[in-house]
Design a protein around this ligand. Structure first.
Ligand code: SF4
Ligand code: SF4
Length: 446
């Protein structure tokens, strides 16, 4: 099979320790069952905020809907533990989103909503019922983008897509939550993907995975062979990609598969008639179909430069602080990232919650980058997967000439962090450029 790929980015032999993931991702999942408290922000997705539908003092069970969106560009929020609503207040998240949030104090009784139960009639669910379940599930893209999955399916249906892509190309070093699902329960990922594919009316489902992950590829192939007979109306394929960072980014998957550069602000639905869902998102929808269980927990990879790492099943809303209590020395780390090593946001306040899109918490202990001026080595240009000149963009930003960066296509930046990673001078290129790109896109939209 021809392996798909794109040009530039970072390869394994660039020093990225992809292989380190193997060891810990194959350990048993550690489950954090009962955090003392959870904080549930009303925006954990890309879209409009939910309104809290509980009040301080209310008692809630696991799976109760506590936040309701105004329209299909939002997703409901559910209680991830049982207990008492202790506070409703405004929170500011590390991704700069400010919104209302609900604090729930755990009663340690693990009371579960009566709505969560094993479903008997899975095979007879109609498309209308599946759509309703998807809306109720509160699922949004769990790979980081957070686009409401219900809204994405509606858009895909309207655009007449023919292909559903499952993104299992977890290319960021130290990140392994999607791969965990593939390895442990590929059948559930497949069934969730096929249900989403049914809603979007696709004729083809393609699982995208990097060639390094041989056990996970075997698990996927086995699941496809086992379930193919149930979906004879659709083609199911497993497509291998060369292991390269940031292959998991939507633009680069489309580029590698279709040879098409997605224009900024455009989605693959319209441009290549394909819709992309993350593997964890597919898994979460299977939970909703099988158990009527909305999105109340997620697998988070806790790793770093000096720890072995673990995948942990975490109730949504658990604070980073509580999550890291079991990681020796975590609080003395030089840097803790809410997210992966390359694309995560550095946090100082560890009281921030794990939300639906938090795939990892990364602990960096040996963070001593050099601090030098640019030596014009060109490494950042060679690494940038979308063909930008990061050193030039950064210089223009430093000189206060941000307007000029638009002539250099700054808005194309996908905030992958590849340029900062390779820079021998330790210049924080990606943070500056990604912010300028965001501002340029906002100005463009106006
Ligand atoms: S400029 Fe943006 S897209 Fe290019 S490598 Fe840096 S962060 Fe990635
Ligand atoms: S990698 Fe760093 S030092 Fe090299 S050209 Fe880019 S900004 Fe300058």
């Amino acid at each position: 099979m021809k392996k798909a790929t794109f040009k530039k980015g970072n390869l394994q032999n660039d020093g990225l320790d992809f292989v380190r993931q193997r060891k810990f991702m194959r350990e048993a999942l550690l489950e954090v069952c009962n955090p003392r408290e959870v904080i549930l922000p009303m925006i954990q997705h890309r879209g409009t905020a939910c309104d809290p539908v509980v009040s301080v003092g209310d008692s809630v069970s696991i799976g109760d809907m506590v936040g309701v969106p105004h329209d299909s560009s939002g997703v409901p929020v559910h209680a991830s533990i049982s207990g008492e609503v202790s506070r409703i207040d405004v929170i500011r998240l590390p991704n700069k989103v400010s919104c209302k949030a609900i604090w729930i104090k755990n009663d340690l009784r693990r009371r579960v909503s009566t709505k969560i139960h094993q479903r008997k009639n899975i095979d007879t669910l109609s498309l209308a019922e599946l759509k309703k379940l998807l809306w109720q599930s509160g699922i949004c893209g769990m790979g980081g983008e957070g686009i409401p999955t219900f809204a994405k399916c509606l858009k895909a249906e309207q655009a007449g897509v023919d292909t559903l892509l499952v993104n299992a190309t977890q290319s960021e070093p130290f990140l392994a939550c999607d791969l965990h699902h593939i390895r442990v329960n590929a059948a559930k990922v497949l069934q969730g993907a096929m249900a989403l594919g049914g809603i979007c009316h696709v004729k083809r489902v393609v699982f995208c995975i990097e060639d390094l992950w041989t056990d996970e590829i075997d698990a996927l192939n086995k699941a496809v062979a086992e379930f193919r007979h149930r979906y004879l109306d659709r083609k199911i394929e497993v497509q291998l990609f060369k292991t390269r960072f940031p292959q998991g980014c939507q633009q680069l998957i489309i580029k590698a598969l279709y040879g098409v550069e997605l224009p900024i602000g455009k989605d693959p639905e319209e441009n290549v008639k394909a819709v992309l869902f993350n593997a964890s998102t597919c898994y979460a929808f299977c939970d909703m179909i099988e158990k009527n269980q909305p999105l109340i927990s997620r697998v988070v990879t806790i790793s770093g430069d000096t720890i072995t790492g673990h995948n942990v099943l975490v109730p949504i809303g658990t604070s980073v602080s509580e999550l890291l209590e079991r990681v020796p020395g975590a609080h003395t780390a030089q840097r803790i990232a809410w997210g992966g090593a390359m694309t995560g946001v550095a946090i100082k306040d560890l009281q921030v919650p794990i939300i639906k899109t938090t795939a990892a918490i990364t602990i960096i202990r040996k963070f001593e980058p050099p601090r030098m001026n640019c030596i014009h080595c060109g490494a950042c240009v060679s690494a940038c997967p979308v063909g930008l000149s990061p050193y030039l963009l950064n210089r223009l930003i430093e000189l206060g000439q941000e307007d000029v960066t638009r002539d250099e296509s700054v808005e194309q930046c996908i905030a992958c962090g590849a340029c900062s990673y390779v820079c021998p001078s330790g210049i924080e290129l990606s943070t500056n450029i990604a912010k300028a790109a965001h501002r340029a896109r906002r100005r463009g939209a106006k």
